[in-house]
Design a protein around this ligand. Structure first.
Ligand code: PLP
Length: 492
C-alpha cells in the first residue's frame, strides 16, 4: 500500500471485476442471448411503442452506488433490447439505414476491448483504419494516392469533403483569415440532403451560398440550369466553388449525370464532390455499377459503410483525391505530437484528416465483415436490393389501387394508395394513416415524403434481410388498410 492509501485507509480501486469467472459466465450468456435475438428478429414486430413503465425507466436518477451487473443486464433486455428502432428487421424500410450484422457487432465489441484511440500512432488499429480507407478507395476506383478518413457517418463525411473544397477554392487563406466576404457558391440539386445546408452554415457562408438547382423529371440535377446558374453567379461577382453531385438522392434514389458533371466541373474549374452516401457503393454491384460511372473522377466522395455495408452504427467515410489538400485543410499537429523516429508516436496522426482528435476504432467492424463475406457478396446484396425495389414497383403498377409517384431508379420506391376523386389533403391523411397503422401493427416501417409537390409513401430497401415475400405481405397490407380507412371514412 502506498502512503496515501495507508493514510486514507482505503484500497486502490479499479473498474475491473473482483471475480473474472463470474463475469465470464454472464458474458457468455449475453452472447448467447444476442445470437437468439438476431436469429429471431423476423418473429418480432418491426416496431412497437414503449409502454409507460419502460419510458419511465429512463428517468431513473443517477446511480450512486454499485449494483450487480446481471440485474443491470436484465434491465437492458427488458427496456432497451425490447424496443429497438427496428432497422435490423426485414421489413424496416424507413428513411435510409443499414441493417447491421453480427460480425460487425463482434467487431464493435472487440474494438472496445482492444480499446485503441485511432487518433493516430504506431499500432495495429491505426494501420487497419488506413487499410479500410484504402479498401474504400479501391471499391470506388480512387487512386492509391488519394486520402480518406473514417468518420461518424455521411453527414460528417460530406462536411469534410466540402470543407476541403471551400479551402481550396476560397481564393484566400481561409485557415488564417476566415472566409470573410468571399462570396463562394456551392451547387446541388433541389434534392440534396440537409447535411449540405449544415455544411455551408458551419463554414460561415450562410445557406444562401448553397444554390439549389431544379431537378428534371427523373429528379436529377438539370445540367443546363446548373450551367446557367454558375454563369450568372460569375457575372454578378460571386465565386462558384463546388458542385455537389448526388449519387442516390434520399427522396427517390436519383443519380445525377456524373459524367456530365465531371466535364462541367473541369470546364468551369470547380470542385466536384459526390454525395454517395446511398449510391457510391453501387460501384461494387456487378449489375448496377454502370449507374455511377464517372464517380471515380470526382475530387471527393462521401460514402456510408453503415448503409450498404451494413456496419453497425456509426461508420461514414470521405475520400479526397488530393491528399495534400485534405491534410492541408485540417492538420494542426502541435510540436509535442510531432512524429518520433521510432516507438508509438512514429506514425502519421490520423486526426490531421478531420475534425476529431480522439477517434474510435471503427475500422474493425467493417474489416471483419468484409473479410468474412468478401466484397463480391456485398455487391450482390446491393444488386438484390435494387432488384427488390424494381420488383416492388412492378407489384405497385399491377395494383389498380396503388400508383407510383416517382420513377424507381434503384432501391427507393415512392408510391401512394389512391382513392377516386379524393382531394390532395385527404389523400395525404389517408396515406399517412396507412403508414402509421403499419407501424402500430408492427408489420413494416416505412416513411413518407413529397416528390415534386406530391405526398407519397416511401420504401427504401437497404436491408440484407428483406425478401420478396416481405414486400408482397407489405403491399397486401397497404391495400387492406387503405380500403379499411376509406370504409371508416364512408361510415363516419
Ligand atoms: C444518409 C445520407 C446522408 C447523411 O448520412 P448519415 O450517415 O446519416 O450522417 C447524406 N446524404 C445522403 C444522400 C444520405 O442518404
Amino acid at each position: 500500500m502506498d502512503k496515501q492509501s495507508v493514510t486514507s485507509g482505503r484500497l486502490e480501486e479499479t473498474l475491473d471485476p473482483e471475480d473474472w469467472g463470474e463475469l465470464r459466465a454472464l458474458s457468455h450468456r449475453i452472447v448467447d442471448d444476442a445470437i437468439d435475438y438476431l436469429s429471431r428478429v423476423r418473429e418480432r414486430p418491426a416496431w412497437r411503442n414503449m409502454p409507460e413503465p419502460v419510458r419511465e425507466s429512463f428517468t431513473a436518477p443517477l446511480p450512486r452506488t454499485a449494483r450487480p451487473l446481471d440485474e443491470i443486464y436484465a434491465q437492458v433486455v427488458e427496456n432497451v433490447l425490447g424496443y429497438p428502432m427496428g432497422n435490423i428487421h426485414p421489413r424496416f424500410w424507413a428513411w435510409y439505414m443499414g441493417s447491421g450484422n453480427f460480425t460487425g457487432a463482434l467487431g464493435e465489441f472487440l474494438a472496445a476491448i482492444q480499446g485503441s484511440n485511432v487518433g493516430g500512432g504506431n499500432h495495429a488499429a491505426a494501420l487497419m483504419d488506413q487499410q479500410v480507407v484504402n479498401w474504400c478507395k479501391e471499391m470506388l476506383g480512387f487512386p492509391a494516392s488519394a486520402s480518406g478518413t473514417l468518420v461518424s457517418g455521411g453527414s460528417v463525411a460530406n462536411i469534410i469533403g466540402l470543407n476541403v473544397a471551400r479551402n481550396v477554392k476560397a481564393g484566400i487563406d481561409v485557415r488564417e483569415h476566415g472566409i470573410g466576404e468571399q462570396p463562394l457558391c456551392f451547387y446541388g440539386s433541389d434534392q440534396i440532403h440537409s447535411c449540405h445546408r449544415k455544411a455551408v452554415e458551419l463554414f460561415g457562408l450562410g445557406d444562401r451560398a448553397l444554390r439549389r438547382i431544379a431537378s428534371d423529371g427523373e429528379l436529377r440535377i438539370d445540367i443546363a440550369a446548373l450551367r446557367q446558374a454558375i454563369a450568372s453567379d460569375r457575372a454578378s461577382g460571386r465565386l462558384p466553388a463546388c458542385i455537389i453531385a448526388n449519387a442516390g438522392t434520399v427522396n427517390t434514389g436519383a443519380i445525377d449525370d456524373l459524367e456530365a458533371l465531371v466535364d462541367l466541373a473541369a470546364e468551369q474549374d470547380l470542385w466536384l464532390h459526390v454525395d454517395g452516401c446511398i449510391g457510391a457503393l453501387i460501384r461494387i454491384a456487378p449489375e448496377n455499377a454502370w449507374r455511377v460511372a464517372g464517380i471515380e473522377k470526382a475530387h471527393s466522395i462521401a460514402l456510408d459503410p453503415h448503409k450498404w455495408l451494413h456496419a453497425p452504427f456509426e461508420a461514414g467515410c470521405v475520400l479526397v483525391r488530393d491528399a495534400a489538400a485534405h491534410r492541408g485543410t485540417f492538420a494542426v499537429t502541435p510540436e509535442y505530437l510531432e512524429t518520433m523516429v521510432r516507438g508509438l508516436a512514429s506514425a502519421p496522426w490520423l486526426y490531421d484528416y478531420g475534425l476529431q482528435t480522439s477517434r474510435g476504432f471503427r475500422a474493425l467492424k467493417i474489416w471483419m465483415s468484409l473479410m468474412e463475406h468478401g466484397v463480391e457478396k456485398f455487391g450482390r446484396l446491393v444488386d438484390q436490393n435494387i432488384a427488390q425495389g424494381h420488383y416492388l414497383s412492378r407489384l405497385i403498377e399491377a395494383e389498380p389501387q396503388l400508383e407510383l409517384v416517382a420513377p424507381t431508379n434503384i432501391n427507393i420506391v415512392c408510391f401512394r394508395f389512391r382513392a377516386v376523386d379524393m382531394p390532395a389533403e385527404r389523400l395525404k391523411a389517408l396515406n399517412t394513416e396507412i403508414m402509421l397503422r403499419l407501424q402500430d401493427d408492427g408489420t413494416a416501417v416505412i416513411s413518407d415524403t413529397t416528390v415534386h409537390g406530391q405526398h407519397c409513401l416511401r420504401v427504401a430497401i437497404n436491408n440484407h434481410r428483406t425478401q420478396r415475400k416481405d414486400l408482397e405481405l407489405f403491399l397486401a397490407e397497404v391495400v387492406r388498410l387503405g380500403q379499411e380507412i376509406v370504409a371508416e371514412g364512408d361510415a363516419a
